[in-house]
Design a protein around this ligand. Structure first.
Ligand code: NAD
Length: 295
């Protein structure tokens, strides 16, 4: 339903397929409830009925897929089920139609395992945040055999839906979103286990600290702007402490000189040090604006 909203609010026609009893009735009600909330809070200009009219529901795969130009598979996270659905979708659509899976962690090679090469070439992961119509990022994860044209077409469809696709350059379980989220959650669980903090203490540190900055800049830009001299200077000052914290958890991954040089080169290509002070002022202005919204 959330993907249907994301596509339909960007003028795509959508057909939602679900074979489970009562699922379509619940999905229809959910669609209307979510569209109304979006509209009531200024998240969508078109009226709800206009958007809802672009979404049809069916429990017939052939009816869902006839004439489809893009497939977004959103079934439960069970590899065999997803593989069966993707193979079925391949047989009911034109050979140039991308078959994107929403899988949160299963790599596309696994989804395509044992399928015909021409089908495997159409399979990739398009992993959103939840819900996709409110979080614009989508991870596009091809397998080594996914055709380049399919990857490009998928990126274009997402861009046309005002998503911000990020191409994941190598298959890795959990992709970027859940690996980053997992790193923070692993530490959070350890801190609760060790009696260092309560659950709400951890959430407070994120909602009133880390998360505020992360709502408009990522961890690399945060570090870059936190230390005069940029991320290279941050790594020199803080790298040894972070290395020790990782080693205490059995993860000894020092930021080597080569790695810091690579990260620094990528940051400096995005923001020259001559513009660093301006960007810090921009960050602070964003924090002021955010404070007036979230308190
Ligand atoms: N919920 C999230 O936060 C989130 C975020 C990103 C990606 N995902 C991924 O999206 C996928 C769906 O997750 P969800 O949270 O929406 O699950 P969900 O259980 O809410 O929805 C799954 C849907 O699949 C339907 N379904 C069950 N069997 C089916 C079948 N044989 N054929 C077709 N449809 C079938 C169900 O009726 C249900 O509507 C998973 O791969 C999940 O990892 C979820």
């Amino acid at each position: 339903v959330s993907f249907a909203i994301m596509f339909a609010t960007n003028a795509f026609d959508v057909i939602v397929y679900d074979p489970i009893d009562d699922a379509l009735r619940r999905a229809t009600a959910d669609l209307h409830r979510r569209l109304k909330q979006l509209h009531d809070h200024g998240g969508q200009r078109e009226d709800c009925d206009t958007v809802a009219a672009r979404v049809k529901f069916t429990s017939e795969p052939a009816a869902a897929l006839e004439g489809a130009e893009f497939v977004q598979e959103c079934a439960p996270e069970i590899v065999e089920l997803k593989r069966t659905l993707l193979a079925q979708a391949a047989s009911l659509t034109a050979p140039d139609v991308p078959l994107a899976s929403s899988s949160s962690a299963i790599v596309p090679s696994e989804l395509a395992r044992g399928l015909e090469p021409d089908v495997a070439a159409r399979i990739l992961v398009g992993h959103p945040g939840n819900p996709p119509y409110l979080l614009p990022v989508v991870e596009v994860v091809p397998s080594p055999v996914t055709a380049d044209a399919i990857v490009q077409q998928t990126i274009e469809v997402y861009r046309s839906s005002r998503m911000r696709p990020v191409l994941v350059r190598r298959e890795v379980e959990g992709f970027l979103f859940n690996r980053l989220q997992g790193a923070l959650l692993r530490e959070a669980y350890c801190l609760v286990r060790d009696g260092v903090a309560t659950v709400d203490d951890i959430d407070e540190v994120v909602r009133s600290g880390l998360g505020r900055r992360w709502s408009f800049i990522g961890p690399f830009e945060t570090s870059d702007l936190n230390t005069r001299g940029g991320i290279e200077s941050h790594a020199a000052k803080m790298g040894p402490a972070y290395e020790q914290m990782g080693a205490q958890r059995g993860q000894h991954d020092p930021w080597t000189a080569d790695l810091v040089a690579e990260v620094t080169a990528q940051r400096r290509a995005l923001l020259g040090l001559a513009d660093w002070d301006d960007r810090v002022r921009w960050r602070d202005r964003k924090l002021i604006e955010l404070r007036s919204v979230v308190g």
